[in-house]
Design a protein around this ligand. Structure first.
Ligand code: ATP
Ligand code: MG
Length: 273
């Protein structure tokens, strides 16, 4: 016998075969979004402005933005968050992580399919994550997959069919190479995602993830970081430059040693200098 609870559970288990890949998006925002600096909100807000523009303006059926910044600064998570917040009926993430082992032509096919599918929905957002890895960029000899690059160039510039609208959110840690590849002119807007560079922002993060059991211990750790020279009051020479992704990794490592959390945190950050 099927009761109401079973029925509701069944509804939860129905994943849209086409359209939104919730799990995929959720996976890249695993650690949530921590508002450690006003810039985080500004980036999200700007992203949402583009979402609204695509939704409401009939003049701009295709808008593409680029989130760029140093490795681990949070580009993928921010891009996925903006996509998720759009609540568009079609939201897809194109990620090199999901194409491991794909041949060049399989990549071209997979990327093209996402865009072709998006054209069937009135409103779509496609996150094209980590362009340099998608095209297999190799700094040595500046090699890359030209087939994938050409596919991206065509798709980034193709207007969706009449009545369809598309927002493209691309990410890259190698902003300078995009110009040489002819990719940068295709973006309507570029948003820089900076690394964490102040002790205040770092303090906010460790508080948010509850690294220290008491305020007293947190204060002690911050003093230790200040003593180690992470004061960072001089904006011209930031003493701290760390992506949120890496910081969260260091935090979890430090957590493993409950007797020496502050020491672990400090020494890991010093190793980066
Ligand atoms: P890579 O250069 O390796 O591609 P990335 O810049 O794309 O890295 P993410 O993969 O987005 O970085 O990693 C950011 C991680 O930090 C995610 O797990 C995310 O949940 C978490 N996070 C916490 N706060 C923020 C924030 N304000 N912005 C972005 N990510 C955040
Ligand atoms: Mg990324």
């Amino acid at each position: 016998q099927v009761n109401r609870a079973d029925f509701l559970r069944a509804l939860d288990e129905v994943h849209p075969a086409f359209g939104v890949s919730e799990e995929e998006l959720q996976q890249v925002i695993q650690n949530g979004i921590i508002h450690y600096d006003p810039v985080v909100d500004e980036l999200l807000k700007t992203g949402i402005l583009f979402v609204d523009q695509v939704r409401t303006s009939t003049r701009t059926p295709l808008v593409s933005i680029l989130l760029h910044g140093p490795p681990g600064s949070g580009k993928t998570a921010l891009g996925a968050s903006i996509a998720q917040a759009s609540e568009y009926p079609f939201i897809k993430l194109i990620s090199p992580d999901n194409m491991v082992g794909y041949s060049e032509s399989q990549k071209v096919t997979a990327i093209t399919k996402v865009f072709t599918d998006s054209y069937k929905s009135p409103l779509s957002v496609v996150v094209v994550d980590n362009i340099e890895r998608l095209i297999d960029w190799t700094p040595m000899g500046a090699r890359f997959s030209n087939a994938v690059l050409q596919t991206l160039l065509v798709l980034f510039n193709r207007r969706p069919p009449k009545g369809r609208r598309l927002l493209i959110i691309a990410t890259s840690s190698l902003r300078p190479i995009l110009t040489d590849l002819g990719l940068s002119e295709t973006f309507d807007s570029e948003l820089r995602v900076p690394p964490i560079s102040s002790l205040r922002a770092l303090e906010y993060v460790v508080q948010e993830v509850e690294l220290f059991p008491s305020e007293q211990q947190r204060r002690r750790a911050i003093r230790m970081l200040e003593d180690a020279g992470f004061g960072g009051r001089d904006d011209l020479t930031p003493k701290l430059q760390i992506g949120i992704k890496k910081l969260l990794g260091i935090v979890e490592m430090a957590r493993q040693e409950p007797e020496a959390v502050a020491e672990r945190l400090t020494s890991s950050l010093m190793d980066l200098r």
